[in-house]
Design a protein around this ligand. Structure first.
Ligand SMILES: *Cc1c(COP(=O)(O)O)cnc(C)c1O
Length: 387
């Protein structure tokens, strides 16, 4: 007999600690106003930073590619699943990122697992920021390289760890924009350190791509970092680009190595071609419509000024991720519920997603928000947090 009772016991413990996770059922597309089983709420927690997930041009490209190519890709890229839309998207991504080549993965999680475990293994050394995304930490463990975590954005802690490593094949890996804090990694210093120690540098720019940089090229474009500075760039389609999937960009030999040996690339079905087709349109809009980034920047400024006036404890973030640190888990869950009762959707982010004692409201802004939406958010925060 399988012991389901012990699972139930652990679930009950989780519930008692306010750590139980529940899914909210959504009855509408992503957008500023979202329908939660008949109740409308203002959405301040999606990663659709530029408001492209429900954009008519993306929907048009998606449906017309589905008519031409069907729904499923039918196979992995190396079998018969690599369509013209995938191929062109890869070429466009290479051009967009200023890298020789790009390779599509089915998700960002899989891209991170695939890259790190294909390029690094036993005897190698992987250095990760403590606050890196879970997929990067899992990738480090899966690779079987020696995984060391350095203090968040602490270049001198990293330097000490690099100096005492005697591995010949080293990787430094960091989020570009940190997903739960919204701050940006010290990329120039990391690039210099990587070169001094002859280490690879990998940046996961899931939250910077489309949002930062003059043409939405992300934190590498913002910091003028070349292929030599950052040999491995990973980006996702599920956030600012509004679709689904991910890519890795870099040197020809690196990409070919991934095609030959990244297991999460080889042993999985290719994205639907229609998703690739919609992503191509998103990539064009990201570059052409800089008003979306301008609008975001206005909203970020408005929110920070307003929150400061209310005396709320903001984190040092210039990105659309504007978390409010609460600390206590139960309190955070309670505040999130009160906000929802007031028509504002912001999810409570709890351990282990963030370190113990740092539960928070992860507020995110989108280019589709208007000034009055942010005013409404600030009013509601005042009611709930500063009654
Ligand atoms: C969302 C995210 C991922 C995972 O990407 P998916 O395509 O959703 O699997 C990886 N890294 C970071 C930093 C992310 O925020």
């Amino acid at each position: 007999m399988i012991d389901y009772a012990s699972l139930d016991e652990r679930l009950a413990e989780r519930e008692a600690a306010q750590l139980y996770r529940r899914r909210k059922l959504i009855h509408s597309p992503q957008g500023v106003e979202i329908n939660l089983q008949g109740k409308t709420a203002l959405n301040f927690c999606s990663n659709d930073y530029l408001g492209l997930a429900n954009h008519p041009e993306l929907i048009k490209a998606f449906t017309s590619a589905a008519k031409e190519y069907g729904v499923g890709s039918g196979a992995a890229h190396l079998i018969s699943g690599h369509s013209q839309h995938h191929h062109q998207l890869e070429e466009e991504l290479a051009e967009f990122t200023g890298r020789p080549r790009a390779l599509i993965f089915s998700t960002g999680y899989m891209a991170n697992l695939g890259v790190i475990s294909a390029l690094f293994g036993q005897g190698d050394a992987v250095f990760e920021d403590r606050l890196n995304h879970a997929s990067l930490l899992d990738a480090g463990l899966l690779s079987r390289a020696r995984l060391q975590r350095y203090q968040h954005n602490d270049v001198s802690d990293l330097e000490n760890k690099l100096t005492s490593s005697n591995s010949d094949n080293k990787l430094i890996v960091t989020d570009g924009v940190f997903s739960m804090d919204g701050d940006v990694a010290p990329l120039k210093e990391l690039a210099t350190l990587a070169q001094q120690h002859n280490a690879w540098l990998m940046v996961d720019d899931a939250h910077g791509l489309g949002v930062l940089g003059d043409h939405g090229g992300g934190c590498l474009q913002q910091n003028d970092l070349t292929l030599d500075d950052v040999p491995i760039l990973m980006g996702t389609f599920g956030k600012a680009l509004g679709t689904f999937g991910a890519f890795v960009a870099g040197h020809e030999s690196m990409i070919e190595t991934l095609i030959q040996s990244a297991r999460s690339y080889i042993y999985t079905t290719a994205l639907p071609p229609a998703v690739a087709a919609a992503t191509r349109v998103a990539l064009r809009l990201v570059q052409q419509e800089s008003w979306r980034r301008d609008q975001l920047n206005h909203l970020i400024k408005q929110f920070r000024q307003g929150a400061e006036q209310l005396g709320l404890s903001l984190m040092s973030s210039a990105s659309p991720i504007q978390p409010l640190l609460i600390g206590d888990t139960a309190k955070t869950v309670n505040i999130s519920q009160q906000l929802l009762d007031d028509g504002i959707l912001i999810s409570a982010i709890r351990p282990p997603t963030v370190p113990d004692g740092t539960a928070r409201l992860r507020i995110t802004l989108s280019a589709e928000h208007q000034q009055h939406h942010v005013e409404r958010l600030l009013d509601s925060l005042q009611k709930v947090l500063k009654p």
